[in-house]
Design a protein around this ligand. Structure first.
Ligand code: SAH
Length: 261
């Protein structure tokens, strides 16, 4: 896959995309990355990308001309990119979208700044995404989040092909089960005995129940769409009925997640 960004701060991507899993994946050729500088498509001495909004009001808006020129120019060579814009008004980015985007041959992520973009620029977008209901100063972090979530799903990125399979939000639609490493006993908190048993069937059963329990406690909204047996659904309902707040359940010492008991 080829991932490209278009922004006025092309230098912010490299430090993050050069390290760890994504850095290794890039060096191994799992994906390629290129950060374009929007100012390369301006024609005045000051390389202007913004202007005041018609109708008055605070701040500056990104002008449409450099964005159109840049996107048309970039898209003009090679396979047609899937063009993503960012805005708090966009569709909420989630794991399912990450999975869909991971099937694209080429992604172009267009990052806003200032008060956002001239509305006409969105005509270039195949889709508009939001990270969530808050306002960032720019789209670069949103682009990094999308690149991270998408590229770690590419074949070969995680090394172990199974790593992405039973994570949170993956096929069963549940959160991930609780995990532990050494030491088996730490400050009075013991790792569940079954995980030390070496009995894979029991471990699998415990993990499934842990995933179910955590999802019902923390994210009951996910239970509806999860792939569950009737028995599991009844168990999830019972847990969810204990109260809407995971903290309340934790305070009662039940279903504790992340050691909050
Ligand atoms: N005035 C706009 C916000 C502009 S913020 C409004 O009220 O809707 C500047 C840029 O940051 C946006 O163009 C977008 O690229 C990025 N951005 C801000 N919040 C975001 C979010 N929640 N998700 C994704 N991108 C966001």
């Amino acid at each position: 896959m080829l991932c490209e960004t278009l922004s006025v701060f092309p230098e912010v991507f490299e430090p993050y995309l050069g390290v760890s899993v994504l850095g290794r994946a890039r060096r191994a050729g799992v994906f390629d990355f290129c950060a374009h500088d929007l100012r390369d498509w301006t024609h005045d001495r000051h390389r202007t990308v913004d202007d005041a909004p018609f109708g008055g009001g605070q701040g500056m808006l990104m002008k449409p001309e450099p964005i159109f020129e840049a996107v048309e120019d970039i898209a003009g060579s090679g396979p047609r990119p899937h063009v993503v814009f960012f805005s708090p008004c966009g569709r909420r980015f989630d794991q399912r979208l990450a999975e869909r985007l991971s099937g694209m041959e080429r992604l172009l992520l267009v990052c806003g700044r200032y008060e956002g973009m001239d509305e006409r620029a969105y005509a270039l977008a195949d889709e508009v995404l939001s990270l969530g209901d808050y306002v960032l100063t720019g789209g670069e972090l949103a682009a990094l989040v999308v690149i991270d979530a998408v590229c770690r799903l590419l074949p070969g990125a995680l090394g172990d092909e199974m790593s992405a399979v039973d994570e949170s939000f993956s096929s069963a639609g549940l959160l991930e089960y609780a995990q532990y490493t050494r030491p088996a006993s730490f400050r009075g908190m013991d790792v569940p005995e079954v995980l030390l048993s070496g009995d894979h069937a029991r471990v699998d059963a415990w993990r499934r129940r842990s995933a179910l329990e955590r999802t019902a406690l923390w994210r009951p909204d996910l239970i509806e769409g999860a792939d569950l047996s009737d028995e599991e659904r009844a168990f999830a309902r019972e847990i969810a009925a204990r109260g809407p707040s995971p903290r309340r359940a934790d305070a009662e010492g039940e279903g504790a997640c992340h050691g909050q008991a």
